[in-house]
Write a protein that binds this ligand. Structure first.
Ligand SMILES: [Fe+2]
Length: 208
């Protein structure tokens, strides 16, 4: 069992490191207020239902529906546990120095025909819902699969434990800078993907 450190991760770069694609103010509010809120509510919910943090592993999210707790707690755990995990990953899925390696480019070409076609498919998943959601790339039985989940749900809750990439499509992730221009946010986000991390995750690394 790979237990997850129950903490907020330190931001791995400066608040303004992702400019001009994501601005300093968005990063500050997103990390301190939204991520911080999910974290503290998740910790409180675990205390109230007396689940020890050492029991929190990737499979925990898959087991939430089977827990012997009220449905309101299941929602709290999904919304805030998902919010904490998704954002912990999200900060590390971005980098000011984004570079797609030749090896991973070949992987994308073999799975999706071309890098451009992969980008189109991923970004289509990232605009395809109503409300707030995340879009994901997961590895499932050696195939790469793209889909989205509503709210703060994530692939772990569906039994996909090898999550390679995810993007936050909540308005709080872009509205300060982009307002209604969600497509522009997503296209710009493509310039700051931490491909090195995506490759490590594809090769079986477990980070959070
Ligand atoms: Fe967010």
């Amino acid at each position: 069992m790979n237990t997850l450190p129950l903490k907020m991760i330190d931001m791995p770069y400066d608040w303004d490191a992702l400019e001009p694609y994501i601005d300093r103010a968005t990063m500050c509010y997103h990390y301190k207020n939204h991520y911080g809120g999910y974290y503290s509510k998740f910790v409180n919910a675990l205390k109230e239902i007396e689940v020890n943090s050492s029991e929190i592993d990737l499979e925990f999210f898959y087991r939430i529906d089977d827990l012997d707790v009220k449905d309101s707690y299941k929602s709290l755990l999904k919304n805030n546990g998902g919010g904490r995990w998704n954002h912990s990953m999200f900060w590390l899925w971005m980098s000011p120095s984004s570079k797609l390696s030749g090896a991973f480019k070949k992987v994308l070409e073999s799975e999706f025909w071309s890098e451009e076609s992969f980008k189109d498919k991923f970004l289509s998943a990232a605009v395809g819902r109503f409300g707030s959601w995340w879009a994901w790339l997961v590895k499932r039985e050696d195939k790469l699969v793209i889909y989205s989940t509503p709210n703060q749900d994530n692939p772990l809750m569906k039994g996909d434990f090898q999550v390679l990439l995810g993007v936050d499509v909540w308005e709080h992730a872009y509205y300060l800078k982009y307002q209604y221009r969600r497509d522009e946010y997503l296209r710009n986000w493509w310039n700051i993907i931490n491909w090195e991390r995506v490759e490590q995750l594809r090769n079986g690394a477990i980070w959070f």
